[in-house]
Design a binder for this molecule. Structure first.
Ligand SMILES: Nc1ncnc2c1ncn2[C@@H]1O[C@H](COP(=O)(O)OP(=O)(O)OP(=O)(O)O)[C@@H](O)[C@H]1O
Length: 183
């Protein structure tokens, strides 16, 4: 999204947090309720093959951040041109330009909830422990606080379906305010 682009009519929201906290489910519900375009960043990476090699030790592909940002910029520009905004979900938040997002929601799950979700997903013990540790140490929350203005970063619980409902409602309300203030 270019810096000198047209004034946006709708906000862009980023949903972030440790793997398994519920980012994709929550972003999808927000998209449905608020009408923002859902951008599942993990899916985009696979679709556009945003990789710059392979880390054999970690058995993962290495993210090509520049390629991902180029792909996303086109989506953000198109959404702004169409008069809409996006709700993006991803487990990293510090790679995006700060100006892209108007609200950053950091989802948090309790240790037992996250343990169950990652176990159900078939994560091995090492991967599960690494993610649980990251959640306990609030790694993503710290990253969000370091990367965006404090007033746009909100930490919210994501343990139950009620939490998800409440979070979607809060974002819907917040969007209305944003649109009123930016009209
Ligand atoms: N608030 C919630 N209450 C109950 N179940 C939830 C909640 N959020 C997510 N779940 C469930 O937890 C699992 C993980 O959710 P989801 O895939 O949305 O997480 P994620 O944070 O996007 O994970 P990843 O980073 O790996 O993509 C799913 O089975 C989903 O249905």
């Amino acid at each position: 999204m270019s810096e000198d682009g047209p004034k946006r009519q709708r906000p862009n929201v980023l949903i972030t947090g440790t793997p398994g906290v519920g980012k994709t489910s929550t972003a999808s519900l927000i998209s449905e309720r608020v009408g923002l375009e859902h951008v599942n960043v993990g899916e985009l990476i696979v679709q556009h093959q945003c990789y710059e090699g392979r880390d054999e030790d970690l058995e993962t592909n290495v993210l090509d951040e520049d390629k991902l940002l180029d792909v996303m910029e086109v989506i953000l520009d198109k959404a702004a041109e169409d008069g809409t905004g996006i709700v993006a979900d991803f487990h990293m938040c510090e790679i995006f330009p700060e100006r892209w997002f108007d609200l950053v929601l950091v989802l948090r799950a309790s240790t037992d909830v996250l343990f169950d979700r990652l176990t159900k997903r078939g994560y091995n013990e090492k991967k599960r422990s690494e993610n649980m540790e990251a959640e306990i140490m609030q790694v993503i929350l710290e990253e969000a606080r370091e990367s965006y203005a404090p007033e746009i970063v909100h930490e919210v619980p994501s343990n139950t379906l009620d939490d998800m409902e409440t979070n979607a409602k809060r974002v819907a309300e917040w969007c209305k305010h944003w649109e009123k203030n930016n009209a």
